[in-house]
Design a binder for this molecule. Structure first.
Ligand code: PLP
Length: 400
């Protein structure tokens, strides 16, 4: 191991939302709480990214900058090709300061107020938020929970996709929070249903690199080379390389007409045109030189998740955790303990571990919590011990 992933990096004074601004998420959070909520990692960035940033800082001027260079596209498209055997023409990539903002811009461009957008709950909450904020209609094709392993409900999708008011499928792949990395057969079926019904698919693949060793992520669009104009893929180096505060994501739009609309609206009307110079440099360094770091992080996450699984079986046997195929966000079902949503919240507050409650992702998440395990093992151990302590105390009638 080259990187010190097991060592704690103090983020005091870095404006960290995860550590310093927990109160933004839970105003009642207690001093000394371990934050395991928002999806960023507690691991320092890859050495080559830090080196490239230092070198860029040495240049001393941070004027308006563009990413539209051969070097940038070689880095980004080279990564797609190398990791996923996925050829992307650089002319099809547009810049967005984030994936979530891109989802909002795309809904504005592709749909009219009131039109339907399919999502698969329980799902990353901003999916619902952007649909609502744009005045569009949420159409929920809920996932099916088979004893903790989630599958898509294709019969329901057939019905919902056939509704003429429904225009877009907002797809999460790999899926946050249920941790599925969709298999080829599942992707094909989903694509066929949506494309047959003339929907546009926005495939949010931001977690594409963070899958367990031995698991393969397949970019949806690679399965439909003849229909790629109907599939938009959202990618970013931010989750993969733990630089979510650097606002640069790459949105792949194959249809020249939609790209034209994007340019007119996003660059023209909203004036969102240029990323900051540091994020350009960091992205290039990450994609050219960050792979060794990523492989170490993936191995570390695999080990943390195995620890979590073993620990839960031993100390919280009623908690149902199905091993994640992707992401570092463990989705754990506490419903067998019979707590109300309020009780669950109180227990985690008492434990001083800040997690995301399942209902944030939709009603289907009742009884669940999402725990971010991308931290040094010592912190994960401490958090789990605190949770066991709080549950034991509560069960004895003395806690919360
Ligand atoms: C599925 C998914 N999409 C998008 C994002 C955030 O994207 P961004 O920070 O680029 O807006 C997250 C962050 O957790 C996510 O899980």
């Amino acid at each position: 191991m080259v990187y010190d992933l097991y060592k704690f990096v103090d983020r005091t004074g870095t404006n960290s939302i995860k550590w310093e601004f927990m109160k933004m998420f839970d105003p009642e959070v207690a001093e000394g709480t371990i934050p395991m909520w928002v999806a960023d990692m507690d691991f320092p960035c890859a050495g080559p990214i830090l080196k490239a940033l230092h070198q860029r800082v040495e240049r001393r001027i941070f004027g308006y900058s563009t990413y539209r260079t051969a070097e940038y596209f070689r880095a980004v498209c080279g990564w797609y090709q190398h990791r996923f055997n996925w050829y992307v023409n650089s002319a099809d990539i547009v810049y967005s300061p984030g994936v979530v903002p891109a989802l909002a811009y795309l809904l504005d461009i592709l749909t009219k107020p009131g039109e339907g957008v399919i999502i698969q709950r329980p799902v990353y909450a901003p999916f619902s938020d952007v649909i609502k904020s744009r005045g569009r209609t949420i159409v929920n094709n809920a996932l099916i929970n088979r004893s903790g392993y989630y599958e898509m409900d294709f019969a329901d999708l057939e019905k919902k996709a056939a509704d003429p008011n429904v225009k877009v499928m907002l797809f999460c792949s790999p899926h946050n929070p249920v941790g599925r990395v969709w298999k080829e057969g599942e992707l094909r079926r989903l694509g066929q249903i949506c494309l047959r019904n003339n929907l546009i698919i926005i495939s949010d693949e931001i977690h594409y690199d963070l899958v367990r060793r031995g698991t393969k992520h397949i970019p949806l669009v690679t399965l439909f080379p003849d229909r790629k104009k109907r599939i938009i893929t959202a990618t970013a180096p931010s989750k993969t390389f733990n630089m979510a505060g650097m606002h640069l994501s790459n949105i792949i739009i194959h249809d020249a007409g939609i790209r034209q609309k994007w340019r007119k609206y996003v660059s023209g009307q909203l004036r969102i045109t240029t990323p900051d110079p540091l994020s350009i440099v960091a992205t290039q360094a990450a994609y050219y030189l960050g792979e060794d770091w990523l492989e170490e992080v993936i191995a570390y996450l695999d080990a943390n998740l195995l620890f979590l699984e073993t620990f839960l079986k031993k100390h919280l046997p009623k908690a149902n955790y199905t091993p994640l195929e992707g992401t570092y966000l463990a989705w754990i079902d506490f419903s067998a303990y019979g707590y109300t949503q309020d009780e669950l919240k109180k227990i985690f507050r008492e434990a001083k571990v800040l997690v995301e409650e399942g209902t944030i992702f939709g009603d289907e998440g009742a009884g669940f919590v999402r725990i971010n395990v991308a931290c040094p093992l010592d912190i994960l151990k401490e958090a789990l011990e605190r949770i066991v302590g709080a549950i034991t105390l509560y069960s004895s009638g003395k806690g919360a």
